[in-house]
Design a protein. Structure first.
Length: 406
């Protein structure tokens, strides 16, 4: 399969009435921390909150009248599903989406809201859902729209690359996630055609590293049955071999990040950048924060590929990272008229807060809420050093406390 810049430019015209030209914003916090100029390509601000609408819209735009009448079908963990459902509904076309049975409920609900008919696959794997979609397409005469292994889909995703260099011609490194490979194949084709000196690095979840293994020259061997993966959008056992040929040609490296590193990135992006990213959308930032990609003195575009994350998962990711970094700590101490002023001053000294936790609900603690006697609280501090300073103050004043976190 040959994918060219002209294919991508044609896709840009095909999708312009449906797809938003997303912002490329400067990320001050990450830039300052790591010594480069970091820009976030906000594909999470598309109407379906993901880049997937680009490829879906381009493929659907090129269907014949007979194909449109027959309807379309695809398999997706959620983002391609929404892109197909929305693009099809804009043209009055029936769409059927086969989803892995582990798909986050917010993605299922959104797909239904965009007009798609949802069918669940037999397992938590995308690959099994995809097999069912192919079988249903043959049985019902639907047009199958692959989520990544299709030239028109790759061309649509590649429009991101054109936009990045139009918005900032100084970009010399693009960090892009890899699941099935359609996004990075399209982006890399566009970037290298416009600026051959610009480098592209791919990032994949460590739990599903097959694209990395293919890139490194290893045989494709599925090593995992099912490993929980926070980046469900790129939870793919077998990427497109056509896409991987493009990756081998244009991409400088493919690395992997862990669930924990992705969790850290989700919190960082939310807290520092005020942007919501799902697991797959945060993998590029995870690579930077973990030190796996050196961005010093580089002009870097990081693709935030999607923002479709369940609110409970967002909360759990942030909470887990805060606890691991000792920014939140549960403890108990004896409260009375003598200890409360010291407790309050200690909080002010570190710029922290204390919360009462009752039945899973955190309430900001103050003198009106704290009863005398032994009480359980959660400390929220700016960093682990401040956490230590808080408890050092309590210890200095001989206030007994007990840490609950192991």
């Amino acid at each position: 399969m040959e994918l060219t810049l002209n294919d991508i430019k044609e896709a840009q015209q095909n999708i312009k009435s449906v797809v938003k030209r997303t912002d490329l914003i400067y990320d001050y916090s990450t830039s300052q921390q790591f010594g480069g100029n970091v820009y976030l390509k906000l594909e999470n601000t598309q109407i379906v909150k993901s880049f997937k609408i680009r490829g879906a819209a381009n493929a659907i735009a090129q269907l014949s009248p007979e194909q449109k009448k027959a309807g379309v079908i695809t398999a997706s963990a959620g983002n391609h599903a929404q892109g197909v459902a929305y693009s099809a509904s804009q043209l009055g076309i029936k769409s059927v989406i086969v989803m892995p049975n582990s798909t986050p409920l917010n993605k299922v609900d959104a797909t239904l809201g965009f007009g798609g008919e949802v069918v669940f696959g037999p397992t938590a794997y995308f690959d099994d859902a995809n097999q069912l979609a192919v079988e249903m397409a043959k049985k019902n005469n639907y047009v199958y729209i692959p989520p990544y292994d299709h030239k028109d889909v790759m061309a649509g995703q590649g429009t991101i690359g054109i936009e990045i260099l139009e918005q900032n011609p100084q970009i010399d490194l693009v960090i892009c996630q890899i699941g099935g490979g359609g996004l990075i194949a399209g982006v890399a084709t566009a970037i290298k055609a416009i600026n051959p000196k610009c480098e592209i690095i791919g990032v994949q979840t460590e739990n599903f590293p097959d694209a990395r293994d293919i890139y490194k020259g290893d045989k494709l061997v599925t090593k995992y049955k099912y490993v929980p993966c926070i980046a469900d959008g790129i939870q793919v056992k077998q990427p497109s071999l056509d896409a991987m040929q493009i990756v081998k040609k244009y991409v400088s490296d493919v690395i992997t990040v862990t669930n924990e590193e992705i969790q850290n990135a989700i919190l960082w992006i939310a807290e520092k950048c005020k942007v919501v990213a799902e697991g797959a959308g945060a993998t590029g930032m995870a690579a930077i924060l973990s030190g796996k990609i050196d961005i010093k003195n580089r002009n870097v575009a990081v693709i935030i590929s999607g923002g479709n994350i369940d609110i409970d998962r967002l909360i759990s990711c942030c909470s887990a990272t805060l606890t691991k970094d000792k920014r939140t700590t549960t403890f108990s101490f004896t409260n009375n008229n003598e200890t409360f002023p010291i407790f309050q001053k200690a909080l002010q000294t570190i710029g922290g807060r204390a919360y009462l936790t009752n039945k899973g609900i955190a309430i900001l603690a103050n003198e009106h809420l704290l009863k005398e006697g032994l009480i359980d609280l959660m400390l929220y501090a700016p960093n682990a050093k401040k956490t230590g300073e808080f408890f050092a103050i309590l210890k200095k004043h001989k206030i007994d406390f007990e840490l609950k976190d192991k």
